[in-house]
Structures are given as C-alpha cells and as structure tokens.
Design a protein around this ligand. Structure first.
Ligand code: ADP
Ligand code: MG
Length: 680
C-alpha cells in the first residue's frame, strides 16, 4: 500500500517531467495531490437536448455522430475537423481545431456524451472543441460535478482530475484522521476519507457541503491547536525580571512629551519586563500615533539592563529611517545603535556583525534578515518587529526560538477590529495607541476622476511651489497592456518629461535594489526630489514630514486599510496635508468604499468598515495577514467556524497534548511552516 508521503511518481502516468510540472503547484507527494483542493466546480450533471442548448451556456448533451468526421488542412498550423451530431430534437455542427486525432475517436453512428458551448453568429450557431466521452464510460469530463483546479504550464485540469483520483485510490485506507472522534461527533463532521473523496468528486452539492464543512473545521482546528500550543509554550519559559526600571533619562531626551496612550503602552511593556516570563505583546496604533517611541522606550530598558535589542523593519528603507531616528536619540544616552542591512558594504557589514557578536552594539536595527541570517547576538533579549502584519505567527515563534525566547514586541499600524484581533493574535497581549500626538491636522481626502487631471497637476505644482513634497502611488511597477493600470515607471517618466520638466520627479518600486531604494528615499527625505512616484513600497512607516500631498492612482485597486496606510505618509508635519484618490471606477460599491475614506481619518473605524465591506480575508490583503494560508477555510466566510474550532482545540488540549509524531502534529508543522513574508 502506498504511503501518503510517497512521491507522485509512483502513480501511473506521472514521470519525472510531469512531476516537475506538478512541483510548480507545490505538489510533490500523494498527500499534496489529495490536499490540492478545487478552486471551484462546474455542474455538468444535467443532460440537455440539443434544441435546448443556449448560446454561451456550456452544457452536457447526448448525441449521435451522423457524419464521418472530415479534416481540412487550412494552412500551416491550422487543421479543422468537422462533424455533424444529432439527437431527437436537432442537429448540430461541431468543429475541432487542430485535433486531427478526433476523427479516430468519434465514430459514425455512435452515441457520446458531449460537453460544450454554443457559439452563434449571423450565419447560425456552431460548437467548437467540445469534450466528449462514450456513453458507456464513467463520467470523468461529463455527467458529473467537475472540480476545477488551479493550473500551471503543462498541467491541465484533466491531468489533475486523473492524478488526484489515482492518489485517492491508492491512499484511501491510509488517510489519517486528525480530528478526534469526540470533536467529530460533537460538531457532526464526516470522516476524513469521505471528506477528501467528496471534495474532489462530489456526487451532488449537498455532499460537497458536508465535506467542505469538515475540511474547514479541520483546518481551523489544526490552526487553533498550533496557536494554543505556541502560546502555552511561551508562557512556560522562565525569564529574569529587569532590575533597572527607570525611564526618566530616556524621557528627558525626547523632543516632545509622550501622549497618554504612548505612556500607557510603555507602562504595559515595562510591567511585562518585571514578569518571570518573556513579553509577548502587540502594539496597535494608527499611522502616525508614535509607535517608534514606544519601541525606543522598550529598547532603552533592555539596553540599560545590559541586554541587546533588535528592531526589525519590513523594508530596508524603514530600517534605515529608524536607525537615523534612534541613533540620534540614543547616542547622548551612551547607548550604541547599529544598522545592519543587506545593502551595507562588506566591510560595514563585518563591523556591524562583530559589534553585535561582542555585545558592543546594544540596539540593532535591520530587516527580518537580522534573525534569519548568520548574525549571532551577544545577549539578545528583546525583539521588536515593526509593522507586524508582515510577520507571520510562525515567524514569531521561529525567531523567538532562535534567540532563546527573548521578549517580543510587535507593532502594527493595521488597526484590527478588536474581536478579530483577539482571535487571530490570541497569542499576544495587546496595547492600543488610540491617540495621535497633539497638533496633528486632519488630512483632507478627496475622490476624483480622470477629468480632474489638469487641476490635479496644478495642485501638485502649488504644493511644490510652497516648498512641500508630493507622493504619487501607482498600482503597478511596469506598463502592462492588459490591465491598463498606471505604472510607476512610465508615469514618473511622463510627468518628468511633459508635465514637470523643471521639477525633480523620483521613482521608487520594489524591484529596485535595496541600495537604489535607499538612495531615492534619502534624496526625498532631504527634499531633493519634489515628486516621488512609487508603488506601495512606501506604504509602511516612511516618515517625511515635509510631504503634504498623497495621490493614489487607480485607487479602486487598493483596500481601505491600505489606502489609509498610504494616506498616513502625509500629515506628519505642521502643514495642512491632502490625500487625493484618483479613480474612474463606476462600481457604486467601490465608490462607497473610497468615500468612506474621505469621511474619516480614524483607522479603527476604517478597519471596521473595510472588514464589513470586504470580509477579513481581503481586509488583510493577499498573504499580508501573517497567517498561514488556509486551503479551504476562509476568514471571510468562516469566522463562526473558527470560533467553534478554537473551543474544540482548547477542550482537546485541556485533556491531552498531541504526540510529536502524530498526524495532527505533522499537519500543524506543515500549516505554520509554509508562510511567506511579503516584503515588496
Ligand atoms: P507610527 O506610529 O506611524 O510608527 P511614528 O513613530 O513614525 O508613527 O511617529 C510619527 C511622527 O510623530 C514622528 O515624526 C514622531 O517623531 C512624531 N511623534 C511621535 N510621538 C510624538 C509625540 N508624543 N508628540 C509629538 N510628536 C510625536
Ligand atoms: Mg512606524
């Protein structure tokens, strides 16, 4: 009997080439095949009469071949095979392109089941390239609910249907049941074998729903058990409380007094440092609420207690910026700050690493590579992850393991409605900075169409004439004919050449090298670039107080929270700032969404609206939520199931701990290991 983790090549018809193609879909083992769930289904269960077929509506029908198939060679690379079909209601002429072999498979006088789509023009209707099967063969392409899979070059849906069918066949008896019996009984869930079989080959939509229900629950159960175990593990680790608690030298050094909310968060962190276990805290604060100072206070406490702190930013630009701010703050306090990023020169890198290793670097700033690379710390005890939504749950666990369970502080500018954050970040304590530093002006936000372009350009010029700077965010890096979206590259070029030849237009996007990005950001910070055309790389954290205008092209392409982030790049100084969303979208829903942004500057309120409008899946953006990728479960629709699965997981863990080599543990490890961090 085959084992679940045998390679796909043990299946008939799958050789090395096909295995390589499948690997592009991350399918390597039989289990990968079985767990490659359909993206959708096509209902091919109903048979229609030819006379009832409708143009552009694909359907199944049974018909007899009433002419000998004829192939005509039209020109190089174009063969047409024509055949006439009929049932009791009508005749139908069918054409196959470049499928000469069809003639051997469609026999005169025989009946077949076809599936295809009528296409009509002035001369009548015809059908092109239908699929078909003999009436007596089992339904694979017809007479069934056909699963539709995500495909890649060389791998057709048919190949996947076959391969998955074969994998299910050989593994049917070895499918592990990861859900405990009590859980299945309590929540009325079908068994694993039925669920996997049915999701790929549902007899009808009711049984499909039964299978999906179970698989969604299963996924959330695995997630919840994993999350709960990580949380439990962290609280078991002993940690020595910090002896020094006095923050006054640090506070005296600040050019402003902290807001009440900053103060409260810092107090919570300081209290965590007094515990006998490592801190595990999420600081949520709207853009511009001053999270960096909270991080700095934490780093200060670690440093004066003789420990090292690492501050990780999601981009080099941000790391650089944090470095400049913190280094200026810490130097007078006698605390040494070091920057380590991929684009430092070899010598500088070596020096930084040496200082980190011998402990002379007290506060270390970099990207996530700080903890994934070959950097060894002398006495790392505090890890701060800025812009937390880009760091996954699993990454948090991994980095804390690498550093010997340091205090962990994650900072997020994505305000998450509280209910959701309790579920998703249940492994973290929460501090909320719900107050902006005094004197901030609200940013006036407008939604305008393309017709306003001349006035917009005049407005840009007015800002620049006034000594301020402008961001223009485009949804794409390069021109792409298919999408017709504004691309940063060509738009920057156009603006520079035709609209603002006398000004300096800069370009920034994620495909540029780290050092190039930094150079551009540096020039923008120093005011040498008037107008910065960029992709969303500038979304997180960038702080240039002199910028007063944010223009977002094709604003309909962005989520509300993301737009709110972008808007947060302006309004950071004393000057009145503006955000202009440019969109010609006609969708009332989208316009409503964008208008919501024009009406409020409150990130939590926007987050709630975004969540209501789009559901949590989209709310967090593709892969940006730092959560594992769920295969069937959706944070958009299945939040109630997530709650139930969490209860079930808690009950289960109260009774037992899964064995390290159990199928459940294997699935937990798999779920949390495949996360990606998105650094654009
Ligand atoms: P974010 O929460 O978005 O990371 P930052 O930490 O970048 O915000 O702070 C935004 C700006 O506000 C910075 O220029 C920072 O110096 C300033 N700032 C932070 N706290 C205060 C405060 N209490 N009073 C005045 N300005 C502050
Ligand atoms: Mg920040």
């Amino acid at each position: 009997m085959a084992s679940l983790f045998d390679p796909v090549t043990i299946l008939p018809g799958i050789g090395p080439t096909r295995a390589q193609q499948l690997a592009k879909l991350n399918i390597r083992t039989l289990y990968d095949l079985i767990a490659y769930f359909p993206r959708g289904y096509e209902d091919r269960t109903r048979l229609r009469a030819i006379a009832d077929l409708e143009v552009d509506q694909p359907a199944c029908f049974e018909a007899i071949v009433i002419s000998h198939p004829r192939t005509a060679h039209i020109r190089q690379g174009l063969d047409l095979t024509k055949v006439t079909l009929a049932d009791q209601t009508a005749r139908l002429s069918v054409t196959f392109f470049n499928q000469r072999y069809i003639a051997d498979h469609l026999l005169y006088g025989q009946s077949y089941i076809f599936y295809g789509k009528l296409e009509g023009d002035a001369r009548g209707v015809q059908m092109i390239n239908p699929v078909f099967e003999p009436v007596e063969s089992p339904g694979i392409l017809t007479r069934r609910i056909l699963p539709l899979y995500g495909l890649t070059a060389g791998i057709t849906n048919k190949i996947l249907v076959k391969a998955i069918g074969a994998a299910l066949h050989v593994c049917r008896d070895s499918l592990p049941e990861v859900l405990p019996l009590q859980v299945r009984q309590r929540f009325r869930l079908c068994d694993a074998a039925y669920a996997y079989e049915t999701i790929h080959h549902p007899a009808d939509f009711d049984s499909l729903a039964v299978a999906q229900k179970r698989l969604i629950f299963e996924e959330f159960f695995i997630f919840s058990v994993g999350l709960a175990m990580m949380r439990a593990r962290r609280t078991e680790i002993p940690h020595t409380p910090y002896a020094v608690k006095d923050l006054s030298p640090f506070l005296a050094q600040l050019p402003f007094s902290l807001t009440g909310a900053q103060r409260r968060s810092i107090d919570e962190i300081a209290a965590d440092f007094q515990q006998h276990k490592p801190m595990n805290r999420l600081v949520q604060g709207d853009v511009g609420s001053g999270k960096t100072m909270v991080a700095a206070a934490a780093a200060y406490l670690a440093a004066v207690n003789g420990k090292q702190a690492a501050l990780m930013a999601p981009t080099e630009i941000l790391a650089e910026q944090h470095y400049h701010h913190l280094q200026a703050l810490f130097e007078p306090l006698g605390i040494s700050t070091v920057l380590l990023t991929g684009s430092l020169g070899a010598a500088a890198k070596r020096a930084a690493k040496a200082a980190i290793a011998d402990g002379s670097a007290q506060v270390v700033i970099g990207t996530h590579a700080l903890l994934t690379g070959d950097v060894s710390f002398h006495s790392l005890d505090l890890v701060i992850a800025d812009e937390q939504h880009r760091f996954g749950v699993g990454q948090r666990a991994a980095l804390s393991a690498k550093a010997g369970s340091p205090h962990l502080l994650v900072m997020s500018a994505t305000p998450i409605p509280r209910t959701l954050s309790l579920i998703l970040y249940g492994d973290l304590d929460l501090s909320i900075i719900d107050e902006l530093p005094p004197g901030r002006q609200t940013i006036d936000t407008f939604l305008v169409g393309e017709s306003m372009r001349p006035r917009l350009n005049a407005f840009i010029r007015k800002q620049v004439d006034h000594g301020n700077q402008v961001y223009i965010v485009c949804p794409a890096v390069e021109e792409n004919e298919e999408t017709a979206l504004k691309s940063a590259e060509s738009w920057a070029d156009t603006l520079q050449r035709t609209v603002f030849p006398d000004l300096t237009v800069g370009l920034l996007h994620g495909r540029m090298k780290g050092s190039e990005k930094e150079a551009v950001m540096g020039r923008f910070s120093r005011g040498e670039i008037h107008i910065l055309v960029s992709t969303t790389v500038i979304e997180v954290g960038v702080d240039v107080p002199n910028a007063t205008l944010m223009l977002v092209e094709n604003a309909e392409r962005f989520g509300l929270s993301q737009l709110h982030q972008l808007r947060g790049r302006v309004g950071r100084g004393k000057e009145k700032s503006f955000c202009v969303l440019i969109s010609d979208t006609r969708s009332t829903e989208t316009r409503q969404r964008l208008k919501a942004l024009c009406q409020t500057n409150d990130g939590f309120q926007i987050a709630q609206q975004d969540l209501d409008l789009r559901g949590p899946g989209d709310f967090f953006g593709q892969r940006q939520h730092g959560l594992p990728t769920f295969k069937v479960a959706s944070l958009t629709c299945d939040l109630d199931t997530l709650k139930l699965a969490q209860e079930a997981a808690a009950d289960y863990l109260a009774e037992q701990t899964p064995e390290p080599d159990s199928p459940l543990m294997a699935r937990i490890r798999a779920l949390f290991s495949n996360q990606e961090t998105v650094f654009n």
